[in-house]
Design a protein around this ligand. Structure first.
Ligand code: NAG
Ligand code: NAG
Ligand code: NAG
Length: 375
């Protein structure tokens, strides 16, 4: 009888770990580089149909922000790259907030401002020095309005700003960026508590080297994993490895209390012949397994208890995007609102998590009561 009790109590202790399940929350990038997308009013129900409660814009589209008023969807909005330079002037930053945030927030819940998109991987090096001053001025404008605790300020980075990413412990930023640009941004983020935003695409690594990189490893399928020989940590998917290489790069610059937010990740459902792996089936598997992974695990091998938000890329296929065919096929939805493939998003929906906990707690409580009864 004693053994039964111990076993049931053990179930209780291991099963009821709230923290163990509060892993990540899911958002979606609402990109609009297209001429055939549904009106924002229809997009509200499309996003709600997949139980996602966070969306990221690449601008502050007034029609979108107006339309999403009083919905359960929160927004990351953005300062466009071409507007960065002007924000070196505090007055311009103050007025940017007046025009682009105050008319909508909080009826439309804005949770963050992304100041520039992937600037440090662009060839427009003239913009590199504009990022931090714009971030600081946007932040100061929020402070003056008492909104800095509601709306975070950061900027998004392409994974290409890392010069080394494998093994993850070797992660480092490009030499030309590390001390001059990234470190001062990290200093700002560590003061404000805002996350470092990274766009992570295991697809790119696979497409560049399909004969060397295992498809199972990039798609979160069963595999033997890869060991980081410098710390013995084993990685079972490239997504975790990419995140840990970013943590390592940040840590090398002296910061250990900055969290990561995955501002984009995704997999295209179609590509050119030389874009190996860009298929509907792989895109479906990537998303299904990513969600499973995020719902089961906390953090990464290097930061086992960290939690981070992940924004999928993207809501729609965007027909006006330049570049290879894959660029126009990252959407979960076609412009007519039909699904490109099926994924069970309810796994990570807030309601589902609560239900899961309650079921678990209920069965645990029943288990303990049974144990007491048997005794
Ligand atoms: C992070 O650490 C630095 C000191 O290293 C401290 O000044 C800062 O307040 C910390 N930030 C947060 C968000 O805890
Ligand atoms: C891949 O194929 C496309 C379309 O055929 C072509 O335009 C592009 O240059 C190719 N890219 C590479 C890297 O070979
Ligand atoms: C993570 O959480 C687990 C379980 O609560 C704990 O045993 C472990 O020490 C934590 N690890 C770190 C690195 O904080």
């Amino acid at each position: 009888m004693k053994i039964v009790t111990v076993l049931l109590l053990l179930t209780f202790y291991t099963g009821s770990g709230f923290r163990a399940h509060a892993a990540a929350s899911l958002g979606i990038n609402y990109g609009k580089v297209a001429d055939n997308l549904p009106a924002p009013a229809e997009v509200v129900s499309i996003i709600q149909s997949i139980s996602i409660t966070k969306a990221k814009l690449y601008d502050t589209d007034p029609l979108v922000l107006k339309t999403f008023r009083n919905t359960d969807i929160s927004f990351l909005v953005a300062v466009r790259n071409e507007d960065l330079g002007n924000l070196a002037d505090q007055k311009v930053a103050d007025s940017w907030i007046q025009v682009n945030i105050l008319p909508y927030h909080p009826d439309t819940h804005i949770i963050g401002i992304v100041v520039g998109n992937e600037i440090f991987s662009s060839d427009d090096t003239g913009k590199w020095p504009q990022v931090l001053p714009a971030m600081v001025n946007i932040y100061q404008a929020l402070v003056a309005l008492g909104l800095d605790n509601q709306i975070m300020v950061s900027t998004t980075h392409s994974f290409a700003i890392l010069s080394s990413s494998f093994p993850p412990s070797s992660g480092a930023f490009e030499e030309s960026l590390a001390n001059s640009y990234i470190k001062p941004i990290l200093s700002f983020l560590s003061t404000t508590g805002a996350p470092f935003m990274i766009n992570a695409y295991p697809f790119f690594a696979y497409k560049d080297n399909p004969s060397e990189v295992s498809l199972g490893y990039v798609l979160f399928e069963q595999n033997d994993g890869v060991v980081d020989s410098s710390n013995g940590l084993r990685y079972y998917n490239m997504f975790d490895a990419q995140l840990d290489s970013v943590y390592s790069a940040i840590s090398k610059l002296g910061y250990n209390n900055i969290s990561i937010l995955v501002s984009e990740t995704g997999w295209p459902s179609q590509g050119d012949n030389n874009e190996t792996g860009a298929t509907i089936q792989n895109a479906q598997i990537y998303h299904a397994n990513l969600l499973q992974h995020l719902s089961k695990t906390t953090g990464t091998p290097l930061k086992p208890n960290s939690s981070f938000d992940v924004y999928l890329f993207a809501l729609f296929n965007e027909d006006k995007k330049n570049g290879p065919t894959s660029e126009r096929h990252y959407g979960l939805f076609y412009p007519d609102g039909s699904k490109v493939y099926n994924v069970d998003f309810s796994l990570l929906a807030a309601g589902a998590l609560l239900k899961w906990h309650c079921t678990l707690l209920l069965s645990c409580t029943l288990g303990v009561m049974m144990a007491l009864f048997i005794l």
